[in-house]
Design a protein around this ligand. Structure first.
Ligand code: CDP
Ligand code: MG
Length: 863
């Protein structure tokens, strides 16, 4: 019974999420519930039921509450043993001055927003404030979410070090790794990790505080987390297990959070943290390089190093490959070995230098003190995916290097023989490598960090005086047809470019070199849009349905996706079988409504556990059941990478003599025909071609020569191999064993009408192991549905024998689950096996035969 209670509570909890619009109606109806703040709920859940909701009692309540609240507040001060150096450095951070204001806001409000310039100390200090104030003493863990893995890892190390605590107390958890223990008090994690935890425990009972960091990035998970937590926090308070929510951001349109009635009825307080920002002079290029902005970045960096006084250089590029490429070139040009002035690659002449000093186009702006009201989403460092991407800048059809626009030459020059200490920085860089950027460079060198936009807001690198900004960012784009996402390089936004420039003015006045013209800058969008508005949402809708949020349309998104996107997502999920198809009856409007609130199916739940888009998740789910998962993973990986074969028209080498080109075309066409003409591919088409290619390439050790000889794109094959490893890891991590596969012998079939000999069998199920009927437990989602075949977790006997943990299975799956109970036969007209159940013949083929191609995929190396 307790369990049933629990289940009811669960559905109440989630249905709370759906009711926001109803609540609003209530208000409009004139029932002005002025005390419907979360404070009364927080400590006095009973007052609501026993006393009428009106303003007089409200005041009284508030008094009661403020007394009771003190009890629930953490009263203990937890001392932290920091070293004198750490203590001294902390005191310089602007956020220290606001500690009291922040902690008061946290004490008095269920939710608090903190807004402060990057580097002001939000991420490293706020968890410490909370820890010292006793929020982690007995009542649970302080959780902090980051949109990027690099920030989660490096910040946990930093805070552990500052607090002089071991990593088992200040820990991190990212998708595939972490160092969390039962002693963990402060836990840094990615937003995706917390979302998964909500799926396991909706009330997040092990946390006393959740901090959503970098909320300005507006990553989809962050947005959804804020929506969910806006409901979870009041629920926790109602249940007498108070929890706090903090939303922290560099710079953002705070109104999306605070003035969003659907999200927070009572706007949360906003604590602004001022940071010292020195003026930054912004220099535009006269022309915008077409494609070779990395080359331009190289030349600019060389010149800064040669010409300008000491001070760190920070270069913004778009992805890991670019970062490494530039690092290599810079190291070659300025080897980090004292006195080595070896030949330089950039080969500038004295003339160039003179040109460099002539100011052509300069715009000196005292970089705006970041205007909080005008900032919003800055883009994610989506990139860090080592993928190729083209860029299109047709604007200034001239890629001549322009060496102008430079700063005052009156300052002392840097000694050009000084080595450049070059460091890369991007999300997936190993943590110990990342940590190097925070340490002072070796004496007698100049620090130069080549970074993706991970250095834009989440990490502050000390000592940067010069910023070189390529003006681009790598963003995820979605193919409307396939739903496949890919990364492309595009222009960044003005807000983002200003944020990058600001990195040069942290410790002293600085300079920012923009590798594009002011005209191009003028065409940048002001802000980057919230990610959720520019992508399909079927995966999010599926994740939310998995949390039992059936009416996603009513979900309190900080910025909601379009109605059309939500409808399209629901329709797709219904067609994939992830959501229950609503009955086709009633009025059109009702039917439309019903199609927007379909509950999730068992298949949908399995799909939700895979880290790929729903279409592919369905393949993986079925692949798992059909025992052909490695093959499906290979196909999914191949489809994601897409062009497996060499482009017929790509000129070979540098010469493009037409005869050579024709030769190549002929050879590649022949290769393709060979691939397509192999065994099962003839019958089953392109997917088998892909699978054949992946398999063959793996057998050949994925060598460049094999690819070249067989017309395959080597880069694509390497990428597929990487994806296979990743998906295999993910499937193993997220979903160690799909329930169905393990419950093969827990199969039950409903007794058919015509078999009903005894009334005790009504609505009953037969199992292979028992003589008596078993029934679906009333707590099951399938209680009234009575599917023909189900698998169950356990049978418990009370008044009847009940199956618990019931999942519906399709008849077609049975041969895979329980081949010993099935009869296979191959009718003459079909090469595929048939299945006969006791109630008649279920004609189906067993999809795993699709994949019986006579060889096994070699296992892929795990990362
Ligand atoms: O979160 P927010 O941008 O407001 O600041 P923070 O990340 O807490 O950083 C506060 C200060 O700590 C900055 O000045 C960083 O340079 C410094 N810091 C550091 O030196 N080493 C780290 N690993 C992290 C931060
Ligand atoms: Mg931060």
């Amino acid at each position: 019974e307790e369990e049933e209670d629990d289940e009811q509570q669960k559905s109440e909890e989630s249905s709370d999420l759906d009711t926001s619009s109803e609540e609003e109606e209530e208000e409009e109806d004139g029932v002005k519930v002025t005390t419907e703040t979360s404070e009364p709920k927080e400590t006095n859940p009973s007052c609501e039921e026993t006393k009428p909701k009106n303003e007089v009692t409200a005041e009284k309540n508030e008094k009661d509450i403020s007394e009771k609240k003190k009890l629930s507040e953490p009263a203990v001060f937890v001392p932290v043993d920091r070293s004198p150096e750490v203590q001294e450095a902390r005191l310089k951070l602007p956020i220290l001055a606001e500690e009291q204001v922040i902690m008061e806001a946290v004490r008095e409000n269920p939710c608090t927003v903190i807004c402060g310039e990057t580097g002001s100390g939000k991420t490293t200090q706020v968890p410490q404030f909370l820890y010292e104030a006793g929020y982690a003493s007995s009542s649970g863990t302080i959780g902090i979410t980051e949109p990027r893995r690099v920030a989660a890892v490096s910040m946990s190390h930093r805070v552990a070090k500052e607090m002089n605590l071991p990593t088992r107390v200040v820990s991190y958890q990212i998708r595939y790794e972490g160092n969390v223990t039962s002693d963990t008090k402060i836990k840094f994690m990615t937003d995706g990790v917390l979302l998964k935890e909500i799926q396991k425990d909706f009330l997040l009972q092990k946390y006393s505080v959740i901090i959503i960091d970098e909320a300005h990035e507006r990553s989809v998970y962050t947005d959804i987390l804020i929506g969910l937590l806006s409901r979870i926090v009041p629920l926790r308070n109602k249940k007498g297990m108070p929890m706090k929510l903090m939303v922290m951001s560099a710079t953002l349109r705070v109104e999306d959070f605070t003035e969003n009635q659907k999200l927070f009825r009572n706007p949360p307080p906003v604590v602004k943290v001022d940071a010292r920002q020195f003026p930054v002079t912004v220099h535009f290029n006269k022309r915008t390089p077409l494609e070779d902005y990395t080359g331009e970045a190289f030349h600019k960096t060389c010149k800064i190093h040669r010409m300008l006084p000491p001070g760190g250089i920070l270069v913004f590029l778009t992805g890991q490959a670019e970062v490494h490429g530039l690092c290599r070139r810079l190291r070659k040009a300025f080897p980090y070995r004292r006195g080595n002035t070896a030949e330089r690659e950039d080969g500038d002449t004295a003339d160039d230098m003179k040109k460099f000093k002539k100011t052509k186009h300069k715009e000196t702006v005292s970089l705006p003190r970041i205007d909080l009201d005008n900032y919003s989403a800055l883009p994610l460092d989506e990139g860090d995916e080592d993928r190729e991407a083209g860029i299109g800048d047709e604007e200034d059809g001239d890629s001549d290097l322009d060496l102008g626009d430079d700063p005052v030459g009156t300052e002392d020059k840097c000694d050009p023989s000084i080595p450049l200490y070059v460091l890369p920085l991007y999300s997936l860089l190993a943590p110990d490598q990342q940590a190097k950027v925070f340490r002072p460079p070796p004496p007698g060198t100049r620090l130069c960090v080549v970074a993706t936009n991970v250095a834009e807001t989440s990490l502050t690198i000390p000592g940067i005086k010069y910023v070189v900004d390529c003006g681009r960012v790598k963003k995820r784009f979605y193919d409307r047809v396939t739903g496949v996402s890919s990364f492309k390089v595009t222009w960044t936004s003005q807000a983002s470019a200003n944020q990058r420039a600001g990195r040069a003015g942290r410790t002293e006045p600085g300079h920012c070199y923009r590798l594009y013209s002011s005209a191009v800058f003028g065409d940048f969008s002001l802000f980057s849009e919230a990610e959720i508005t520019r992508r399909p949402v079927e995966d999010l809708v599926l994740q939310m349905k998995d949390l039992n949020i059936d009416k996603v349309i009513n979900f309190p998104f900080p910025t909601p996706p379009s109605f059309e996107a939500l409808v399209a997502a629901e329709e797709l999920l219904i067609s994939l079988g992830a959501l229950e198809e609503p009955p086709r009856s009633g009025r059109v409007k009702e039917m439309q409504q019903a199609r927007l609130s379909c509950p999730i199916t068992p298949l949908g739940r399995a799909m939700a556990s895979f880290p790929v888009s729903p279409r592919y998740a369905k393949m993986l789910s079925l692949g798992k059941q059909q025992d052909c998962l490695p093959y499906v993973i290979a196909v999914v990986a191949a489809m994601t990478v897409r062009e497996l074969f060499e482009d017929l028209d790509r000129p070979a080498g540098s010469e493009d003599e037409s005869s050579k080109l024709a030769q190549r075309r002929a050879r590649l066409t022949q290769m393709r025909r060979l691939w397509a003409g192999q065994g099962a591919s003839l019958l089953l088409g392109d997917l088998m071609v892909m699978l054949g290619a992946v398999g063959a390439c793996e057998f050949a050790g994925c060598s460049p020569k094999f690819c070249e000889d067989n017309g395959l794109r080597y880069k694509a094959m390497v990428e597929i191999r990487r994806l296979r490893g990743q998906l295999t890891n993910a499937v193993n991590a997220v979903c160690p064993e799909i329930v169905l596969a393990g419950l093969g012998d827990h199969l039950a079939r409903r007794v058919q009408e015509e078999e009903l000999l005894d009334p005790k069998w009504k609505n009953g199920y037969k199992t292979p192991l028992l003589d008596d009927p078993v029934f679906i437990h009333p707590s099951s989602a399938l209680f009234k549905k009575l599917p023909e075949f189900v698998v169950y977790q356990e049978i418990t006997e009370t008044s009847k024998m009940y199956m618990r943990g019931v999942s519906a299975v399709e008849a077609e799956w049975v041969p895979q689950l329980l081949p010993q109970y099935c009869h296979f036969g191959a009718p003459l007209e079909s090469p595929l096996p048939w299945f006969c159940s006791s109630s008649g013949t279920v004609r189906c083929h067993c999809p795993s035969t699709f994949f019986r191609v006579g060889w096994q995929l070699p296992a892929v190396e795990m990362e």
